[in-house]
Design a protein around this ligand. Structure first.
Ligand code: SF4
Length: 1024
């Protein structure tokens, strides 16, 4: 029995020599089987290819250790089915629940319901089994962690016992059985002439055991390992550790140190030799090695793919000869996928997507959550709108989402099936003859369903809810049957149309089958609906799906760092060489800390030799190598380079290039049409030969650039900045002499002309999702109504006690009907809120009384220009302007003077400067309305009254001062003159179609409908 170990640096021909040996053995013993073991499916495929090219594929099997173990068990006639992953998780979950129910998990009990606990236990148990650590040994762990290890040991033992009883095995027990079978009957592999173990840089516990068994069972065992004889180099420390483990396992071998010529390009050979060597000479400049710093991982992914595309186009490489290595697949996967789609580069990831990221699966889980969460507004709308369901049998269509959304806004439906039904029921009655005041509702706005349409939606939602109503507790198998019927009823399967959808559906069905198998494995327990959904979600979270590639050429492979073994490519890009990404930040395992790991002979989590992994990754390239890193973190701070990056950059400083997205780039480097266009805009033009095919798109971009340039100017001006003077005739007609203005519309223009265009001229309003409780506008309406009634119904409105007495009744009356009248859903705190608001109103009338000796209310909610009352007619340089309004309160004193009060629930922007700026015009216009339209007399005073603060705003008509046309004015006439000048300016701008976006001083109001998209939006605390 010969055991040999080929040692040599990466790319030094170790694999080549195993191939030569296979051919020799094949010549001498043509009928004897040969086995090749490689570290993973990718490495298996790569070896198979090389073997085929060398002409030795016949009679040689290439597989993983798992494949060989299956072969051994097959020969030993020890057949045990390997439980699929979901079944293993199910058995483990049952084991955890059984141990927890027995009260044996005092430490871990709080973690048991957490989704990550099951996965953490699965990983820990797999690692223990691979290292051959039985539960009994674990329970005797070191003192510090004894109690927790004891609990882990109990879970481990319960899992093993349940798996045993089920008749299934997992891959770890399969490995152990195969080793035991081979030890008991070494002749099982007596016909095998040679076993080659190639591409590994480390060996797990059961792999080491298997190697020892194989050494005694086959005539020749040939291993390869990267490194050199002394294993002195830092780059080889990881392999030195593996070599020691082979020796400690008792394996004795002949050493075969590689001497074949390296297969890589000479710069890459030099890099391999000098990597991590102190005092090494710099590398000669070469286009074969590149280091690119990009601003962010997004740009890094684009640069890596651009570089690979250049290798494919310029250096004639096949896509299959290229690979990307990422240290953080979750981060880079979506970025690479997006860039690859744009660049037209086919990609194949060696790892699947989480099943719970598949849109169809997300839609299904959200649908199942509806009864649990009682039909929240957003999830309900999403379910109705989902392209994955056909709700036609319930009378619902995907377009009903908009109707239901409008209904939810009308009825303030935050959630709750009964609330939905109530809102739709009220809308269904909206067209019917009204029965009385209890039927009174706010009239629904445009686009809101009513009558028969609302009735249809109400019935549809009720039927869907009835179909989704979960039955009583059942076994998992029972729930799966229920779910599969539901899936059929919803047409879910037929609506999985894309390759990704179909792959996810297949994986979903496999997971459901695992749940059914669970019933057969153990005494099935009846689960409630929420527990079933929780178990299903946990199962799906642990599952991955892989979309079938439909590319017509071999894709570029995207590898995880650990997979960069046993494979070689012409061009390799290694991403993520910034601090924290590669090397990864090492953290102690909370379940198996390093102290325990050392004790049990497990791989430590701290002090891992990541330099060895990096060495493996960079030495996968035979012809071209690219390293990339992001240089700015998400928060805009500099992102330090990884020490691995520094090690290569020091060897080849001329290869480092920092890409600045702002700098112009040669068009020849563009990897997509979008980039050609984008870079062309940056450069200010495109050569003629590009324009021939891209003319139309180029013209659109030119236009977009002009718009952006205009909007980047400090002053807003021109057609892209609200200049609609081309439509001035229409605006002049719209806002002509007969138009009756409200102060708030004038103020909208005064604050920002563009806000006026959007909110008033176009009538757009933001659609806020419904929320429980009242909003600021509804609060303002309630408080105004109560104050108005309190003074109107008081026996003596000038007497505080009398007002307070009627205030109480007014508050009671207004609050009672407020939810229906003002259209909000009270929160559970509504009763407390009412008391607080009433107390606040009491304080406000007291404070108002204090500053009102001698003043008596003479008008409440006094209207002008409304309800038959004449409007205020302001004479301006542009003619007469008509204004309407409701004056909250007009007081009169014994001298016959008037005082104007306007209640405000908000407290900001009530100063004299706001009138001077033109965004608060109400007070002087109301004063003029009282004097001229209502002919009540001349106001000598006026202020805004801050209801919540129980005090006046700082703008007072009596003390207002202004400079106009060189004249110093004061008191009400000054305020009138300023307001009049603003009205003239506003009228002129509105009639000419001049609506530039000019953020008000202090920032834009949150209620501006344009705030969601306006390019000049400036945040502020501007309130009502
Ligand atoms: S967001 Fe600001 S600048 Fe833009 S329209 Fe509204 S108020 Fe004007």
């Amino acid at each position: 029995m010969t055991v040999s170990l080929s040692l040599g640096p990466a790319g030094s021909g170790k694999t080549q020599r195993t191939l030569a040996r296979i051919l020799e053995v094949r010549r001498d013993s043509p009928l004897s089987p040969i086995w090749v073991i490689a570290p993973g499916r990718l490495a298996v495929a790569a070896y198979r290819q090389r073997l085929g090219r060398a002409g030795g594929a016949l009679g040689a099997r290439v597989g993983t250790f798992g494949d060989l173990f299956q072969e051994i068990l097959g020969r030993a006639r020890s057949f045990s089915p390997v439980a699929p992953g979901p079944v293993q998780r199910l058995i483990l979950r049952q084991a955890i629940q059984a141990v927890a129910a027995a009260g044996e998990l005092p430490h871990y009990m709080p973690l048991v319901p957490r989704p990550g606990f099951l996965e953490a236990m699965a990983e820990a148990i797999a690692e223990l089994d691979q290292a051959g650590v039985p539960p009994e040994t674990l329970g005797k762990g070191p003192g510090r962690s004894k109690a927790k290890l004891d609990e882990l040991a109990k879970i481990h033992a319960a899992y093993r016992a349940r798996l045993e009883r089920s008749g299934w095995v997992d891959s770890e027990s399969l490995n152990a059985r195969a080793c035991a079978a081979l030890d008991a009957a070494p002749h099982l592999l007596s016909d095998v002439a040679l076993i080659v173990v190639d591409g590994f840089d480390s060996f797990e516990g059961d792999q080491l055991r298997a190697l020892v068994s194989l050494a005694g069972a086959v005539p020749e065992l040939r291993l390869t390992l990267p490194g050199t004889e002394g294993m002195q180099r830092r780059a080889h420390r990881r392999f030195a550790r593996s070599l020691n483990r082979l020796l400690e396992a008792g394996l004795q071998f002949q050493l075969d140190v590689s001497s074949a010529g390296p297969r890589q390009e000479k710069t890459l050979v030099a890099l391999e030799r000098r990597l991590f060597e102190s005092g090494a000479d710099p590398l000669p400049a070469s286009s074969r090695l590149a280091l690119i710093e990009a601003r962010s991982p997004i740009e890094e992914a684009r640069e890596a793919l651009r570089w690979l595309k250049a290798r494919i186009r310029r250096d004639q490489l096949s896509t299959g000869d290229c690979a990307l290595v990422t240290p953080d697949p979750a981060r880079y996967r979506p970025l690479l996928r997006r860039a690859a789609a744009e660049f037209g580069v086919p990609l194949r990831f060696t790892h699947g997507d989480p099943l719970t990221s598949a849109p169809g699966v997300v839609a299904l889980l959200d649908l199942l959550a509806l009864p649990l969460l009682d039909w929240p507004q957003r999830l309900t709308l999403d379910a109705v709108h989902s392209p994955y369901f056909d709700l036609g049998r319930f009378g619902l269509m995907t377009t009903d989402r908009h109707l239901l959304e409008a209904a939810s806004r009308f009825g303030q439906v935050v959630g709750g099936l009964e609330t939905w039904r109530d809102a739709l029921g009220r809308l269904a009655r909206a067209d019917a003859p009204t029965g009385g005041p209890e039927e009174a509702i706010d009239m629904p706005g445009e686009g809101t369903p009513r009558g028969a349409e609302a009735d249809r939606l109400e019935r549809g939602l009720s039927q869907l809810a009835a179909r989704l109503r979960p039955p009583d507790a059942q076994t998992p198998g029972g729930w799966v049957s229920w779910l599969e019927d539901l899936i059929d009823d919803l047409g879910f399967t037929a609506h999985q149309t894309t390759a990704g959808d179909k792959a996810a559906l297949a994986r979903l069905r496999a997971s459901l089958r695992a749940l059914v198998l669970g019933d057969e494995l153990a005494q099935p327990e009846a689960l409630g609906y929420s527990e079933f959904v929780r178990q299903l979600t946990g199962l799906l979270e642990a599952a991955e799906f892989e979309e079938e590639s439909d590319w017509d050429r071999p894709p570029v492979t995207v590898l995880r760092l650990l997979e960069a073994r046993g494979v070689r490519y012409q061009a390799v890009a290694v991403l993520g060489l910034s601090e924290g990404l590669l090397p990864q930040v090492e953290r102690e395992d909370p379940f198996l800390p390093d102290e325990v790991r050392n004790d049990l002979g497990l791989e430590p989590r701290l002090g891992r030799e990541q330099a060895g992994l990096f060495y493996q990754a960079v030495t996968r390239a035979d012809g071209w190598l690219l390293l990339t890193r992001p240089y700015l973190a998400d928060d805009g701070e500099a992102w330090l380079a990884s020490p691995f990056w520094e090690a290569v950059a020091q060897l080849s400083p001329d290869s480092v290039r920092r890409i600045s997205t702002e700098s112009p780039r040669p068009l020849a480097d563009a990897a997509s049409v979008q980039e050609v266009l984008f870079w062309g805009v940056r450069r200010g033009g495109l050569p003629e030969h590009y324009l021939a095919s891209l003319g139309e798109r180029w013209a659109q971009l030119q236009h977009a650039r002009d718009v952006l340039a205009a909007r980047s100017q400090p002053e807003a001006a021109g057609p892209y900045e609200g200049d609609l003077s081309s439509e001035s005739d229409e605006f002049a007609a719209l806002y002509g002499p007969e138009h009756v203005w409200s102060p708030s519309r004038l103020e909208a223009y005064g604050a920002c002309p563009h806000q006026f265009l959007v909110a008033v001229a176009l009538g757009l309003e933001p659609h806020e999702p419904p929320e429980l409780g009242f909003d600021a506008a509804q609060l303002g309406s309630m408080l105004h109504a109560i104050l108005e009634r309190a003074y109107a119904e008081a026996d003596d409105p000038a007497d505080l006690d009398s007002v307070k007495r009627s205030l109480s009744q007014a508050a009671e009356d207004v609050f009672r009907d407020a939810p229906q009248r003002y259209g909000f859903r009270p929160t559970p705190l509504w009763g407390v809120e009412r008391q607080d608001l009433e107390a606040m109103l009491e304080a406000t009338v007291e404070a108002l009384a204090e500053i009102s000796p001698g003043w008596t209310p003479a008008g409440l909610e006094a209207a002008f220009g409304l309800g038959g009352a004449p409007p205020l007619k302001l004479e301006t340089g542009l003619g007469t302007v008509r204004v309407r309004g409701f004056i909250d309160r007009v007081d009169r004193n014994q001298a016959g003077e008037l005082r104007i009060i306007d209640y405000k629930t908000g407290s900001s922007h009530l100063a004299a400067s706001d009138l001077l700026d033109g965004r608060r015009l109400q007070l002087p216009l109301y004063a003029l309305g009282a004097a001229q339209a209502l002919e009540m007399g001349d106001p000598t005073e006026g202020f805004y009254w801050k209801i919540r603060q129980a005090q006046p705003g700082s703008l007072k008509l009596s003390s207002f001062e202004a400079e106009l046309d060189g004249d110093s004015l004061s008191g009400p006439p000054a305020a009138y003159a300023v307001a009049q000048a603003h009205v003239e300016r506003i009228l002129s701008g509105a009639r000419q179609g001049d609506f530039p976006p000019i953020p008000p001083r202090g920032g834009c109001p949150g209620y501006c409908p344009a705030a969601a998209w306006c390019w000049r939006y400036t945040p502020s605390s501007w309130g009502g």
